[in-house]
Design a protein around this ligand. Structure first.
Ligand code: AMP
Length: 198
């Protein structure tokens, strides 16, 4: 794996997406110690900004996030493009996480990847059923993980995100779409992803 890779992760809450991102980062760092991995997580970037900034935009952003709803695209686009513009030097592996959730955001990401002339772009979709996602989230028992909240978050994934993954499937010449069975052990899922990106 000599050339830089680009990964765009998708999966409903409870899919284990975050864990798989961390395992992929670890693998890439071990495999290519000389190549940095830039992890672009819209949620993480926004949570950091919320701690530091109290502007009207950020207050409204925090409200939407607290309600577990999807933001209007201009906010996530601003967050991740700004992060890329400031941090990307050109050689890193890129892992996008929580980027391009709404359909309108997908062509923006697509344009950015083409602007940077990224090759070897993988869409990693961690596929789990609603029942499994719900069970896992209930076990995790974070504050926002009550049943209504969970249903709402699964609904937006199923209604607003999942149907639009066709965008990438229709661009097979540019994107390798990995539909990953997420109902296995953490290790099995990770090995599966790794075996399909080499
Ligand atoms: P995450 O940490 O990825 O679960 O993101 C936390 C919250 O930020 C989500 O529940 C949404 O409210 C919001 N968010 C993050 N990324 C996006 C996006 N690309 N489009 C719309 N809303 C987003």
């Amino acid at each position: 794996m000599n050339s830089p890779r680009t990964f765009v992760f998708y999966g409903p809450p409870g899919s284990g997406k975050g864990t798989q991102v961390e395992l992929l980062k670890k693998y890439l760092k071990e495999k290519n110690p000389n190549r940095e991995v830039l992890h672009i997580s819209t949620g993480e970037i926004l949570r950091r900004i919320i701690k530091e900034n109290n502007s009207q935009t950020i207050k409204k952003t925090a409200d939407v996030m607290a309600k577990g709803e999807l933001l209007e695209v201009f906010v996530p686009i601003w967050a991740w493009t700004n992060f890329l513009i400031e941090n990307f030097t050109g050689d890193e592996h890129l892992i996008f996480d929580g980027v391009a959730r709404r359909a309108e955001e997908m062509p923006v990401l697509d344009g950015a990847l083409k602007f940077y002339e990224r090759k070897d772009c993988f869409i990693v979709y961690i596929n789990v059923s609603d029942d499994v996602a719900e069970e896992r989230l209930l076990k995790r028992r974070r504050n926002d993980d009550n049943r209504d909240e969970i249903k709402k978050r699964l609904n937006w994934f199923n209604n607003e995100v999942k149907p639009h993954l066709e965008y990438y499937k229709n661009r097979k010449d540019y994107y390798d779409f990995l539909d990953v069975d997420g109902e296995r052990s953490i290790e099995e899922i990770s090995q599966d992803i790794i075996s399909r990106i080499n």
